[in-house]
Design a protein around this ligand. Structure first.
Ligand code: NDP
Length: 286
């Protein structure tokens, strides 16, 4: 009998709730496509059990883990090292276990940036960004845009403290200038904007008709308009922007790209992006 290795390498996600997290679909498709004996486990971890779960990860010799709600901030205190951008974002969504050490990364904003570079067709350096939202996704996008050389970011948010906090981080820790705008009315998009991003949860399935409150007639055809919502990929917001002639970038690409970056961090291999995209697209199509 030939030598066989039945030991799988383990990665996965800790969350609560986590049952509807679709990342397993694209990761398992990628492992299968490359013939890797790796498994991606979707693991429910209650907030009080996070410390034990991290100890378990180490005990099992797992190669890493994704974190989703509510663990992205809390996990930081259990790590040996945190990447500079993740520290600025204030959250970790990917842990890499290497040489007995746990390193925290944040791939959300990097996934967004990759989509923007691939499909945006304009330089990020010096660009003017109008960002709707100041939650976790917005923070990761704003920090990565700022570190990539964006010139100015307007953060519009419903809750003042959250928006002001993000603007403070950007102004104090990056070269990018940032301003806060209280989002308490229909907002007009300033004429000099290059990139408009919906980084709120408005429009996420099943609330697919919901629209961010902006003046859609102020969307110009030369704007690049992005949405973080992965499901459905063509949101009501992006449809409105398309109708105005703008170039649009969807949240499905961002989700796949952050997975592609995580895959490389864990395995050291280039991820089969198209396989991952197809697997997730099929999943969301039902
Ligand atoms: P958070 O809860 O951290 O933030 C939500 C943001 O949306 C806040 O700024 C919140 O404003 C705003 N918001 C929600 N409802 C409204 C409303 N009715 N009017 C105005 N503002 C509103 O969530 P996340 O940032 O983690 O996630 C946001 C979205 O991003 C989710 O839909 C998620 O699926 C998506 N996402 C996509 C990723 C991808 O790879 N494509 C990666 C990560 C997230 P306020 O502060 O006032 O509450």
């Amino acid at each position: 009998m030939p030598n066989r290795n039945y030991k799988a390498e383990l990665v996965g996600v800790f969350g609560y709730p986590v049952a509807e997290n679709p990342t397993v679909v694209m990761m398992e498709a990628a492992f299968h496509a490359l013939g890797l004996n790796w498994r991606y486990l979707t693991i429910e971890v209650k907030p009080d059990n996070l410390a034990d779960a991290i100890r378990g990860l180490v005990a099992f010799g797992m190669r890493g883990i994704n974190l989703t709600i509510p663990h992205k901030i809390e996990v930081m205190k259990y790590l040996d090292e945190i990447a500079d951008d993740a520290r600025l974002i204030g959250a970790v969504n990917t842990v890499v276990a290497e040489h007995g050490r746990l390193r925290g990364e944040n791939t959300d904003g990097k996934g967004f940036l990759r989509s923007l570079k691939e499909q945006g067709g304009m330089p990020i350096s010096g660009s003017k960004v109008f960002l709707l939202g100041a939650g976790g996704a917005a923070r990761s996008i704003a920090v990565e845009l700022a570190l990539a050389g964006a010139g100015h970011i307007v953060v519009a948010n419903r809750t003042k403290t959250r928006g002001e906090d993000l603007v403070k981080t950007l102004n104090e820790s990056t070269q990018c200038r940032a301003d806060f705008l209280l989002w308490d009315r229909q907002l007009s998009i300033p004429e000099d904007t290059d990139i408009l991003v919906n980084a709120t949860s408005i429009g996420l399935f099943p609330d697919t008709d919901a629209l961010p409150a902006i003046e859609y007639r102020t969307i110009r055809p030369d704007l690049v308009v992005c949405d973080v919502i992965p499901n459905p990929p063509r949101t009501a917001f992006l449809k409105k922007a398309e109708a105005r002639g703008a170039r649009t970038i969807d949240g499905l690409g961002m989700l796949v790209n952050q997975g592609v970056i995580g895959f490389k961090l864990w395995t050291g291999l280039e991820a089969p992006r198209e396989v991952m995209m197809e697997a997730l697209s099929k999943e969301f199509a039902g």
